[in-house]
Design a protein around this ligand. Structure first.
Ligand code: AMP
Length: 466
């Protein structure tokens, strides 16, 4: 299939050719025609498989259909709105929109917090067609009457499950209230849980569902490895792991802002070109740090989950979970920063005794074994085993290992570690505490064949939809 056959305008085809895109990815082939026909969409596709273009191209085509700029005496009211959970993602999506739309007369801007309002106010008041925004700052502009959303007939929620979770929902409802009811709504996410789908269905019109891989699937080229370790040895183990290939760029996830700073300082003291990115940094620092990491000035980026979603870091070879995420789905997003666009990647998790339960949740979500490897000199004083059914306190009748993945995932107790995202999500009512590690038998399971060759941009092998 070619981009031409999707019915895209020549101006878009030219821009795509300049980007080096020759073939649409599966999510693009599936979503673009449906979106152009005017359907609402609920689309699940692995991170790094071209979701941005899958919604941006039809959006641009529909906005640029006339081809002519609006008459001078008319102020353009925005007709399309893309909402993202983080500022970095808003900036990235807007960059892509500009690149794809460079030969169209579509005016767009990115609206997110942490930077001055002035420039955004001027751009909004001059009039434009498309806004890419984080909800908090957009609401600020709505309240100050800087923007009129009453003509928005195209809405996209990127990282939709995050946008619809408890933290963002009030803000989202406020924005939805300012949009016309008659509109087209497109939802894109790498992860979806049924509750979120039900919620989304309430403000969509007979959405078409697209699921390009098993829900919550991770890219095939990523190998998952776990190093069990005592909590007080984690820092040294991280140094050991990073030193093993000190030129390899690595994104390290830490659960807290303070923890990220401390870890970063420690790495710098040991000679690593490292920086931290989290919600207590100014937006200027966040932008600079991410740019420095993207262009290779930094070898290690220590981040909270602020960097977990959607960020496209070219050929990032490795992600380390210094702390496991509290919610298993965040693992999918975190490690989605590596192994993008058909490349290979390594997802390494340093797991302490307290995190064993979180690891089991992750394994259940991934529906695949992860390789567990003890590192010499860092042997834990406890043993990790992945079979919850055989843990002494929860022993169930039936043979050992009879149904290691059978138990239902408990999504009721969710905690997000993302209070630094925009807008500040309300804390969840029920915080989920890590399970205590129990049991004695170490369990090692190698993951079968992960070896995809890294490919050139023009020659990427995209996973086939299942
Ligand atoms: P995304 O999932 O939108 O973040 O895209 C992941 C990466 O794939 C980005 O670097 C895009 O520039 C790239 N990409 C998206 N669509 C295509 C395509 N059709 N051909 C080649 N690269 C693409």
């Amino acid at each position: 299939m070619s981009f031409e056959s999707l019915g895209l305008a020549p101006a878009l085809l030219r821009a795509l050719a300049e980007q080096g895109y020759t073939t649409p990815t599966p999510i693009q082939s599936a979503a673009i025609p449906l979106a152009l026909e005017g359907h609402d969409l609920m689309a699940g596709a692995q991170t790094g498989t071209g979701k941005t273009a899958a919604f941006a191209l039809p959006l641009l085509q529909m906005l640029g259909a006339g081809g002519e700029p609006t008459q001078r005496n008319q102020t353009r009211r925005p007709r399309a709105l893309v909402l993202t959970p983080t500022r970095e993602l808003a900036a990235q999506v807007h960059d892509n929109v500009r690149a794809y739309g460079k030969y169209l007369h579509v005016k767009s801007c990115a609206v997110f917090g942490g930077v001055g309002m002035g420039g955004q106010i001027q751009t909004l008041r001059r009039g434009l067609d498309l806004i890419v925004a984080t909800p908090g700052r957009l609401i600020d502009h709505m309240q100050r009457r800087n923007v009129d959303l009453s003509a928005v007939d195209l809405l996209v929620l990127d990282e939709a499950d995050r946008m619809l979770d408890m933290g963002f929902l009030p803000a989202l409802k406020q924005i939805l209230g300012a949009l016309p009811k008659q509109r087209q709504t497109l939802l894109f996410s790498a992860t979806f849980v049924p509750e979120i789908k039900q919620l989304a269905a309430q403000f969509m019109r007979s959405p078409r569902e697209l699921q390009m891989a098993a829900p919550n699937a991770v890219a095939a080229g990523v190998s998952h490895r776990v190093h069990p370790v005592d909590a007080d040895k984690k820092r040294d183990l991280l140094l050991h792991v990073l030193a093993a290939d000190s030129r390899r760029q690595t994104l390290v996830f830490s659960r807290t802002k303070h923890g990220s700073d401390k870890l970063c300082h420690h790495l710098e003291q040991h000679g690593f070109r490292a920086a931290a990115i989290h919600g207590n940094k100014s937006q200027g620092q966040r932008t600079r740090t991410l740019a420095d990491f993207k262009n290779g000035k930094l070898t290690v980026l220590v981040a909270t989950d602020i960097a977990a979603r959607g960020l496209d870091i070219n050929h990032l070879p490795a992600v380390v979970n210094y702390d496991l995420p509290m919610v298993a789905q965040d693992y999918v997003h975190r490690i989605g920063r590596t192994g993008r666009a058909g490349a290979e990647g390594l997802a390494l998790s340093l797991v302490s005794r307290e995190e064993a339960g979180l690891l089991r949740d992750i394994q259940k979500l991934l529906k695949q074994e992860v390789a567990i490897e003890t590192i010499e000199g860092f042997e834990p004083t406890w043993s990790l085993h992945m079979d919850r059914a055989s843990a002494p306190a929860q022993r169930r009748p039936g043979p050992r290992n009879s149904n290691p993945r059978g138990a239902r995932q408990g999504w009721g107790n969710r905690e997000r570690s993302s209070s630094e995202q925009t807008p500040r999500p309300a804390k969840h009512a029920h915080a989920r505490r890590p399970h205590a590690a129990q049991g004695e038998a170490a369990h090692t399971a190698a993951r079968p064949g992960t070896g995809k060759q890294r490919r050139n941009r023009n020659d990427r092998q995209w996973a086939k939809p299942r």
